[in-house]
Design a protein around this ligand. Structure first.
Ligand code: OGA
Ligand code: MN
Length: 217
């Protein structure tokens, strides 16, 4: 059997940090071999023209009129080995969070996102407070050889009221994984000067109790 594509101790630390601060960042979390497959999968979607300009879901549009981004997206469905392995990894994270934090997370949905050069995403939160729909947000980066000066950093604040300097600024290096509480943690993506690839995912409560219309793609 293959070794799991992540380190159990690192996962434990990630969940501790999520509980303590509302967000967590782990560099080199996803094994390089899986990262490479995911990069290839994302590029294949781009080449086949399968990625749509990302819309803004109905509930999200109501959440924040300011929500602005430039990005193309496609949902992961597990059709490739890489996608299947990533979804299995997300399932480990989901069950570990449920065991440690009693979050009752029921499902995970995720998209490949490709930001064109100059692409960005203004400060936003991922879930309308009180809807209990998206509970934990995940971001996994797919950018090899990202240099200081390429931009595209993720800025993270610890509360909606915090308009000061970000609590953390994360470079989008391949293999870096970020978790954030979807209802509480504002974040923003700075413009990058080259194509920027990401898997963005959300751990949700039971969809049938919180049905929303998602962006068509
Ligand atoms: C999102 C998001 C972060 C990133 O898609 O909601 O915040 O680094 N993405 O691309
Ligand atoms: Mn977001």
């Amino acid at each position: 059997m293959l070794a799991p594509p992540y380190d159990q101790n690192q996962l434990d630390q990630l969940i501790t940090s999520l509980a303590d601060r509302g967000f967590a960042v782990a560099e080199n979390f996803v094994a390089p071999a899986l990262v490479d497959r995911l990069i290839a999968d994302c590029m294949a979607h781009e080449e086949r023209g399968q990625m749509a300009l990302a819309g803004v879901g109905r509930d999200e549009a109501n959440t924040l009129a300011e929500r602005i981004r430039q990005v193309k997206s496609v949902w992961l469905n597990g059709a490739s080995d890489g996608e299947a392995a990533f979804l299995a990894l997300a399932e480990h994270i989901r069950s570990a969070m449920n065991q440690r934090l009693y979050l009752g997370l029921f499902e995970f949905e995720s998209q490949f996102l490709t930001y064109p050069p100059g692409g960005f995403y203004k400060r936003h939160i991922d879930s309308l407070q009180g809807t209990r729909n998206r509970i934990v947000s995940l971001v996994h980066y797919l950018n090899r050889d990202w240099q200081l000066g390429d931009g595209g950093e993720l800025d993270i604040w610890t509360s909606r009221d915090d308009q000061g300097a970000p609590a953390a600024t994360v470079a989008p290096h391949a293999g870096t994984l970020v978790l954030m509480l979807s209802e509480d943690i504002p974040h923003a993506v700075r413009a990058a000067n080259k194509t920027r690839r990401v898997i963005a995912g959300w751990f949700r409560l039971n969809a049938s109790t919180a049905r929303r219309i998602d962006p068509a793609s």
